[in-house]
Write a protein that binds this ligand. Structure first.
Ligand code: FUB
Length: 341
């Protein structure tokens, strides 16, 4: 399917999904919930989970949906939570706000972000809309001595701007950054919306190192997440299947090197419940792999689930002997039971 058709499909699907969800009641009985049940975060509407393991603790960075009424998306800060068992989460408030990037428009465009640790410092990569003249989504980087922040703008300017990516979609292709630090210490930044971009970062984590390249993947839509296991590189991403259109699903590819060749391996999981979008966050923690995502099933007060009111969830993730990922079923139970139960 050509790009114009894909864009049309996405817009119409968003609107259809939104109308469908507007009348949809959410599940809610937090008193009955076992720790580790989905959604795992219930004090706010959260999406786009980005977990980070630091010693015996997992820090979970999320976007923060504050949309009310008919507003599709409204997000102006990123929240951070922590847990030592992934079942009990402590809220630490906003890790960063889009207004912390002085070059950003600051108009509710704090979309999917990710934090990584390098040499005792924490770096937070985040998309926000850039002010004139380089309008469109851009990627900034924050830095902090603490995983809970507060993060401050590390550069005073965007790391990636719209004018730096001239292929693919204009205006909103520079979103959803994921940063992966390879075993030799080389950091890589990947991001994109219908085009998947990859570039090496300098060791200071705040400058690009070389040319921006593109990675070809079937039906790449957004939300890339890079990780490595047993010498193999994995790239999970949100996809809309051109032959079976609907909501986003999560697919993945594997490669012998981060620059490729990337081989498509199929779906990790299907459409999120009640949500047009879905977004992966994958970690190994205490010898178990976990798959974080979001759906829209949470009600808070009078606010019902919607495309712009999502909730972060988690499932166990397992691999086959050949390294491929076993398909994941999205559940209410989440990780409240033992793996494989
Ligand atoms: O949350 C806003 C956008 O929706 C994210 O950047 C995408 O990955 C999708 O989840």
């Amino acid at each position: 399917m050509n790009r114009v058709l894909k864009i049309g499909l996405r817009s119409s699907t968003i609107i259809a999904a939104y109308i469908l969800l507007a009348g949809c009641a959410g599940q809610q009985d937090n008193a009955e919930r076992l720790p580790g049940s989905n959604p795992i975060i219930t004090d706010a509407f959260t999406a786009d989970p980005a977990p980070l393991v630091v010693g015996d603790t997992v820090y979970l960075y999320t976007t923060h949906d504050i949309a009310t009424g008919d507003v599709l998306y409204a997000m102006n800060d990123w929240l951070v939570y922590s847990s030592k068992d992934l079942r009990h989460w402590q809220a630490h408030g906003p890790a960063m706000r889009e207004a912390d990037f002085s070059w950003a428009e600051a108009n509710n465009s704090a979309w999917a972000a990710q934090a990584v640790e390098k040499d005792g410092k924490f770096y937070f990569y985040a998309p926000v809309k850039h002010k004139e003249p380089d309008r469109g989504f851009a990627i900034g980087v924050g830095v902090s001595d603490s995983p809970t922040g507060p993060f401050v703008d590390a550069r005073g300017s965007a790391l990636v701007t719209n004018s730096m990516t001239t292929v693919g979609r204009d205006y909103d292709q520079d979103i959803d950054p994921t940063v992966f630090i390879d075993d030799d210490g080389t950091p890589w930044l990947m991001w994109g919306h219908f085009t998947c971009f990859l570039v090496k970062l300098k060791p200071n984590m705040t400058e690009l190192d070389g040319e921006i390249r593109t990675i070809e993947l079937p039906d790449f839509t957004e939300g890339p997440w890079l990780f490595k296991r047993e010498g193999r590189y994995y790239l999970a991403y949100a996809t809309i299947d051109e032959d079976n259109p609907g909501n986003e699903r999560i697919a993945y590819a594997m490669a012998p090197a981060i620059t490729g060749p990337w081989e498509y391996k199929g779906l990790i999981t299907g459409e999120a419940r009640n949500s047009f979008t879905i977004h992966p966050g994958i970690i190994e923690f205490k010898d178990q792999w976990y798959f974080f995502y979001h759906d829209a099933q949470l009600t808070i007060g009078d606010l019902k689930p919607a495309t712009g009111r999502r909730a972060v969830a988690v499932e166990y993730m397992d691999f086959n002997p050949d390294g491929t990922i076993r398909p994941i079923t999205q559940t209410d139970a989440g990780i409240s039971g033992e793996p494989g139960s």
